[in-house]
Design a protein around this ligand. Sequence first.
Ligand code: GDP
Ligand code: MG
Length: 446
Amino acid sequence: MTSPRTDTIAAIATAAGRGAVGILRVSGPEAARVACALCITLPEPRRARLRKLRDADGQVVDEGLVLYFPGPDSFTGEDVIELQGHGGPLVLSILLASACAAGARLARPGEFSERAFLNGRLDLAQAESIADLIDAGSHAAVRAASRSLQGEFSARVGALVDALISLRADLEAALDFADEDVPWLSSSQLRLRLDGLRHGLADVLRAAAQGRRLRDGLTVAIGGQPNVGKSTLLNRLAGAEAAIVSPIAGTTRDVLREHLSLDGLPVTVFDTAGLRDSDDPIERIGMARGRSAIEQAEVLLWLVDDCIGPTSLDAAALDGLAPHARQIQVLTKCDLSGQPAGRIAADQLRLSAASGAGIDALVALLHEHAGLDAGAGDALGARARHLDALRQAEIEVNAACGLPPANPELIAEHLRRAQQALEAITGRYTADDLLGRIFATFCLGK
Ligand SMILES: Nc1nc2c(ncn2[C@@H]2O[C@H](COP(=O)(O)OP(=O)(O)O)[C@@H](O)[C@H]2O)c(=O)[nH]1
Ligand SMILES: [Mg+2]
């Protein structure tokens, strides 16, 4: 896995378009030679030096800072050169062509990070958190991704792996001395250590689940009878007139989708056409689309006019929908009903989209559903694949906990599988095709 790569890669590391500065990055055994073709003399390591930058014919086309990071103490672990020229798309592509003429090849997306991983500069979870930091949609998501990039997630997973290894070793030893009493692993000690593992895993899972939410967000559909105030609620949450609001039933015909950040939680909200009997063929198509949006969302806000209360029409519409992860009944227009805004029950609240009363309670409820109610202070940047691995490890540890202590072989086997699941997070145990898929989603030059 750590065999050195023989080719040298190059890419423009800054975003496409015009900018004051544009960066060309080169990594690999020929990086220094490639840089010399562009700027004649290489600066001393880790010092920024002004150089004239040349095209493939040796003509000066730009002037900028050149940095040389010799391997292995570089981002990729290889020799790395950074050329900071002017950020014009053409000047950068001329410099990139010049690097390629000198022997580099175009890097694939994520290839610099992939090399950093393969050279042991970062583990897989850290490499993934670079992409997540770049894509983060909120301050809380930036903090969580940064925590994982600093290695906090990997360290916590690593501590669990260490505990698993040490318990497995003791179980193996107990097997070798099966005829004797093994004082270092009594039944009660075994139980204690398994319980410790279970709690440790649950803690990491909670922090990682929060981070996954901050990264991927929550999908929320707004449904209900015509005129209950669905579009008004969407506009209130969006803080903008995203949807047309009118007292005419059937105004919203298509599904409207808004990406919002509600107190740091990324939320995709779908506003749908009111579900009712209608002969209008276009409204019927809109309702079918609304139904499918509602069925795909993780949370359904079912709106009911507080002046009227739920009716048999609501029951009929809800009956016709596939079951939901979570349904929240929202009593609307409480400014008209005169009832107090706020939470009524676990899945029920009252608000006025017109005045904004009770919106804070709705946002709090959505945060609670996302597992962020205790705050996202220790969230760890994580992806769905990390959560799957943690849950798999949890299943194995729970299975081990369910076995009698007199069955150390089976307990050890479950712990081995739990360890394997956790090692996939940091990449100690990872299939090559997974690596390809992970790094292909990175941006160029990273
Ligand atoms: N007083 C009051 N009127 C509201 C409220 N929410 C919506 N409305 C009004 O109810 C009518 C229907 O609203 P709309 O959002 O288009 O309902 P939809 O059909 O469910 O999307 C409009 O005239 C809105 O101004 C509310 O909280 N209070
Ligand atoms: Mg509407």
